[in-house]
Design a protein around this ligand. Structure first.
Ligand code: SF4
Ligand code: SF4
Length: 263
């Protein structure tokens, strides 16, 4: 970025706002960051905002689950030459995209128990599905250290060096007992992008895949490995599709598990 104090906007689409909270949780480091950045548009943290000015960089979290989300996303894209998707919802669809196979009307009725024509919801999809992004940072929520690294790299005009290894790599370096081998659980560590320090297996819980898939995840081999341990197809499907449901569905794994159920 050429501007010595770049103008920044932080925006949320549909989601739990956990990523924005995580940025606020940077606390003292956020204050230092605020001296180097001019945060001009961040509704969650500031009462006075400029909603139209040109930005140097925009961060956005959440999924597109309504027409309004899509408008916001396009407006933000038009305002900033550098757009960063923060969090697994924005990058992969996350939990809100888990049940896209169920018609919206059915989901809406389940939640509201009344006429829902006033809602403008659409099938939940990751922000990355609609517009190009210069950078993506997954996580549910994001890791603070990774976010600060990313911002520093942007300030320096370089690319951030973020982990590309799977969670399994971090898990084995910590000497954890493998949840698959020793406990016969569905653990998504080998398919999931590391960076969390294998937080869950280090606390005796299988990885749920919240950081989204690594490059070239071997879903098929993992499904076979879990099924060989006698884990039911329903259980495998339930655990594996949590956070990256759109990837799962794109790859046709839903059908494969269905076929397995019928065998
Ligand atoms: S517990 Fe999970 S993350 Fe750790 S090595 Fe086993 S499969 Fe990988
Ligand atoms: S171990 Fe898996 S589920 Fe737990 S924080 Fe890391 S990526 Fe997310």
């Amino acid at each position: 970025m050429t501007n010595p104090r770049p103008k920044v906007g932080i925006f949320g689409l549909t989601g739990c706002a956990g990523v924005q909270l995580q940025i606020l949780n940077c606390e003292d480091r956020l204050l230092r960051l605020a001296q180097r950045l001019e945060i001009v548009d961040w509704v969650m943290a500031k009462s006075v905002n400029d909603h139209t000015c040109r930005l140097d960089v925009a961060f956005i979290e959440g999924v597109v689950a309504s027409e309004r989300d899509l408008e916001t996303l396009k407006e933000v894209r038009a305002r900033a030459p550098t757009l960063v998707a923060l969090g697994t919802c924005a990058v992969w669809g996350g939990l809100p995209a888990m049940h896209n196979e169920i018609p919206r009307e059915v989901l809406e009725r389940e939640v509201y128990h009344q006429e829902t024509s006033f809602l403008d919801t659409v099938e939940a999809r990751p922000a990355t599905h609609f517009v190009p992004f210069e950078f993506t940072l997954p996580g549910c929520p994001i890791e603070r250290e990774e976010f600060l690294k990313l911002v520093n790299a942007l300030l320096l005009g370089t690319r951030p060096e973020l982990p590309t290894v799977p969670v399994c790599w971090e898990c084995t370096t910590r000497g954890n007992l493998c949840r698959v081998v020793y406990f016969e659980e569905v653990c998504c560590g080998s398919m999931t992008r590391g960076g969390c320090g294998a937080r869950c297996p280090s606390h005796g819980v299988a990885c749920a895949g919240c950081r989204g898939p690594v490059e070239e995840p071997n879903f098929d081999a993992n499904i076979t490995m879990f099924a060989d341990r006698g884990i039911s197809w329903v259980e495998i499907a339930k655990k594996m599709r949590n956070f990256s449901a759109p990837v799962w569905m794109t790859l046709g794994l839903e059908k494969e598990v269905q076929r397995g159920r019928e065998r």
